[in-house]
Design a protein around this ligand. Sequence first.
Ligand SMILES: [Zn+2]
Length: 77
Amino acid sequence: MVSCHEVLRELSNYIDRDVDPRLRAEIEAHLAQCRRCSMVLDTTRKMLYIVGDDRVFEVPAGFSQRLHAALAKGIGA
Ligand SMILES: [Zn+2]
């Protein structure tokens, strides 16, 4: 089973469908039982929707670091 840390590290790749099928299945299994990670996924997807489909994963400068810092604190990993 992958950890929250691994899920969050791979999250943008997961959203881009850029992870191998085995890892993808493990991430999905994790998301199914981890409310925190599934909330992060949901939030990230909404954010990407706002940013627009023409950009794969381009967020305002510093956003990613702030998100990860907040996640690291919340998870304590
Ligand atoms: Zn998790």
